[in-house]
Ligand binder design. Structure first.
Ligand SMILES: Cc1cc2nc3c(=O)[nH]c(=O)nc-3n(C[C@H](O)[C@H](O)[C@H](O)COP(=O)(O)OP(=O)(O)OC[C@H]3O[C@@H](n4cnc5c(N)ncnc54)[C@H](O)[C@@H]3O)c2cc1C
Length: 490
């Protein structure tokens, strides 16, 4: 990322195959005063899974998955009701975990990208998937964690055993409290159908575009800020096009169309101002992770890739990305009506002149299902998320540029222009959304108020737990909890 971090390989690496390997690596690093980097997939936007002059703890080879019909956390009192669950080891990707759950007729809440880790930075930092308003954040689904802490102890933590550390691990950020070797995740009955709204609304003037943005903002609270809906829209940089990319669960296409009619019908009635193209589709949910016949799925044809591996075309656009700028911002529900909506619409319109603006309702928890909300309240996520209707990402990048690699050097002037455009967009949206906070996994690398923006009122408790379990600050990552605390040198 421009002016932020470079992908630098560690000097040494341990390809861990078991929790004992992780323990041996942690013990070695502690004894010899060596910097640790922990990597599952390397998807981190802040580069927190790599560090110069470090020992890499690489969990990629750890790929066990167990499906439980009746899981009871360790140390639970007699009579605790067993639940359906899935245990995933540290190297698994969401695709593998989803497939195991689907085969058992179950669903676990992970991320949309097939290659993000199912037992790493995603849930440790919070983690939001398309259906988080129905099933909660990734952190809310965690029932138990096995973790190697800085003292080299292998601990099994849950709400009955070391509940403070368990709470901190559910949202306090990856690479901070220890190395996780496995996580057990609550599973849910598989939804009946998975639906998708695609298409676009084109506005034929700037005034009409700003009106469209405001109409959309005002449409969200009453129509789609609930457990049936997720994902959102994208306002593309420099053009008056709003791309529709919205997910829905267990609704027929007719039911979904009826929800959108109050927004779309009046726009269709004004062809001089707007062109509206939409497509509502559904599929049985059990087919969701089957790529066969899907134009949006790109098969992994690399030699030795596991059978049936794929990624979504949208995520493919980020492969080899060199980010000029990247940041994210929570959007309070209170900003989606009246004068505040008008102000925010103006801000988004202006922001979209210099940056892509991606709006996702599933990365905020106002309108969340009450059962999921109960579980989310027991995580260490920034409490601002409960008042937010959506999360906005601003960003600009080029693909296949690698600093230091001849012929693939990024263009510094272009990256700076992108960075300036993204920063301007972020400033505009932030000014219109007081109290929205941000999200540690998808925030701004340069965020100055990172403690309050990423964790809000939970930061003080997180920092206390960090000092208790890692007093020498062995695990530290950019803008992680306690990363500014002293480091013991050997
Ligand atoms: C293409 C793409 C799509 C994404 N989609 C989503 C999305 O839909 N929703 C969402 O919320 N986020 C999404 N993200 C952001 C994602 O949540 C973060 O990048 C997250 O940090 C990835 O975790 P990882 O373990 O896969 O990656 P890594 O880069 O391996 O690790 C990320 C962080 O977690 C730490 N870590 C990894 N494994 C462990 C472990 N076993 N124990 C302790 N610490 C560990 C690392 O040290 C690092 O600090 C996406 C990112 C990308 C690049």
């Amino acid at each position: 990322m421009h002016r932020a971090w470079k992908s630098v390989p560690s000097d040494y690496a341990v390809a861990c195959e078991s929790v004992d390997d992780i323990k041996a690596a942690v013990d070695f690093a502690r004894t010899h005063g060596v910097r640790i980097a922990v990597k599952g997939t390397g998807h981190d936007y802040f580069g927190r899974s790599c560090a110069p002059d470090s020992l890499l703890i690489w969990t990629h080879p750890m790929r066990e998955i167990t499906v439980h019909q009746a899981f009871v956390p360790a140390g639970a009192p007699r009579g605790t009701t067993p639940v359906h669950a899935v245990t995933t080891s540290a190297g698994n990707r969401w695709l593998e975990a989803y497939r195991a759950a689907t085969a058992a007729g179950r669903y676990i809440q992970g991320g949309g990208c097939t290659s993000v880790g199912a037992c790493g930075g995603f849930a440790l930092g919070g983690g939001f998937g398309s259906y988080s308003k129905r099933f909660g954040s990734g952190a809310a689904g965690v029932l138990e964690i096995e973790v190697v802490t800085a003292d080299g102890r292998i601990r099994t933590v849950n709400r009955f055993q070391e509940p403070d550390l368990f709470w901190a691990l559910k949202g306090g950020g990856g690479g901070t409290f220890g190395v996780v070797s496995r996580m057990t995740l609550l599973s849910h009955p598989i939804p009946r159908t998975d639906g998708w709204l695609s298409g676009q609304v084109t506005a034929h003037s700037d005034a009409a575009y700003q009106e469209l943005i405001q109409r959309y903002l005002e449409f969200v609270p009453g129509a789609i800020n609930n457990a049936d809906w997720g994902e959102g829209v994208m306002w593309r940089k420099g053009v008056n096009e709003m791309e529709l990319m919205t997910a829905f669960l267990d609704l027929t296409t007719a039911e979904a169309e009826a929800v959108w009619a109050p927004l779309l019908d009046p726009l269709r009635a004004r062809p001089a101002d707007f062109t509206v193209e939409t497509s509502f589709t559904t599929q049985p949910f059990r087919d969701k992770w089957n790529p066969v016949g899907k134009s949006g799925a790109v098969m992994d044809d690399r030699p030795n890739a596991p059978d049936g591996y794929f990624w979504w075309r949208g995520n493919g656009g980020e492969v080899g990305a060199y980010w000029g700028g990247y940041a994210g911002r929570g959007i309070p529900l209170a900003c989606l009506s009246g004068a505040k909506a008008e102000r925010l619409a103006k801000a988004i319109f202006a922001a979209s002149r210099t940056s892509l603006v991606l709006w996702q309702t599933n990365k905020a928890l106002a309108g969340e299902h009450p059962e999921a909300l109960r579980r989310d309240r027991q995580t260490s996520l920034n409490p601002a998320v409960f008042h937010n209707a959506a999360f906005v990402t601003v960003g600009d990048w080029v693909q296949f540029k690698y600093p230091g690699v001849q012929g693939h050097e990024p263009d510094a002037a272009l990256a700076q222009t992108q960075m300036d455009g993204v920063n301007r967009a972020l400033r505009l949206i932030t000014a219109a959304t007081p109290g929205g906070g941000s999200y540690t996994n998808e925030g701004d690398f340069f965020e100055r108020a990172w403690k309050s923006e990423f964790w809000g009122s939970n930061y003080a408790r997180l920092a206390r737990i960090k000092s208790e379990y890692d007093p020498d600050n062995l695990f530290r990552v950019h803008h992680g909890v306690g990363s500014d605390m002293p480091v013991r040198s050997v």
